[in-house]
Design a protein around this ligand. Structure first.
Ligand code: ADE
Length: 223
């Protein structure tokens, strides 16, 4: 899969893209990520990318021209264009999975008071938010969306990891995990985990999933 990111702060993505599973997946060719500075498509001596909003008000708005030009030079037939913004639709596993099924996704990270509405209307296909809070810019939001979608790419998760048992699969949160030692500072692990009885362990895990979900996310249990 090919992913491009358009941002004013490309260096914010350096560590994210080179470390851990993302770094390995890129080296293995599971995903190809290109990071681009929107300013490279700015016009004039000052390489201006933003301007004051018509009608007045605080903040600056990203101009349409560099956005149109950048997408026109990066797009491919069928490429899907996603704008990260707090007023987009909330990112869900379903959205991430849908993005992972595409051949080429281009993310645009917003900044300041947003981007010119004409770019939203003509260039962008989908607007995504990573939560009901406002970040200083959308670059970290792009990283979150990329991390989340890459887990659905074939070959991204190693054999030891799996999508089948984790929070939100089946609309329940995950069960508690323990590793060695079996007793740590007078805190023993639940006995059932040492029983070797897989049916009992699964029953306990399911009960824990339901209890955790009831306590932390009762909204997931509605209807
Ligand atoms: N840009 C600023 N805040 C954001 C958010 N919550 N989600 C996506 N992009 C953003």
């Amino acid at each position: 899969m090919k992913i491009d990111v358009l941002t004013l702060f490309p260096q914010m993505l350096d560590g994210f893209l080179s470390e851990s599973m993302m770094g390995r997946a890129r080296e293995a060719g599971v995903v190809d990520v290109g990071v681009h500075n929107l300013r490279d498509w700015a016009q004039g001596k000052h390489k201006q990318v933003d301007d004051r909003p018509f009608g007045g008000g605080a903040g600056m708005v990203l101009m349409p021209e560099p956005i149109f030009d950048a997408f026109e030079s990066l797009e491919s037939p069928g490429s899907h264009h996603v704008y990260l913004a707090p007023d987009g639709e909330p990112l869900t596993p379903e959205i991430a999975q849908d993005l992972a099924a595409r051949e080429h996704v281009i993310f645009l990270s917003g900044h300041y008071e947003g981007i010119d509405e004409r770019a939203r209307e003509k260039v962008i296909h989908q607007e995504v938010s990573i939560g009901d809070y406002v970040l200083t810019n959308g670059t970290l939001a792009a990283a979150v969306a990329i991390d989340c979608l890459c887990r659905f790419l074939p070959g991204f998760l190693g054999e030891e990891k799996s999508l089948t048992s984790e929070s939100f699969q089946g609309s329940l949160l995950d069960f508690p995990q323990f590793t060695r030692p079996a007793v740590f500072r007078d805190m023993p692990i639940p006995e059932v985990l040492l029983s070797g009885n897989h049916a009992e362990i699964e029953k306990w895990r399911q009960a824990m999933r339901e209890e955790r979900t009831r306590q932390r996310r009762p909204d997931l249990l509605e209807d």
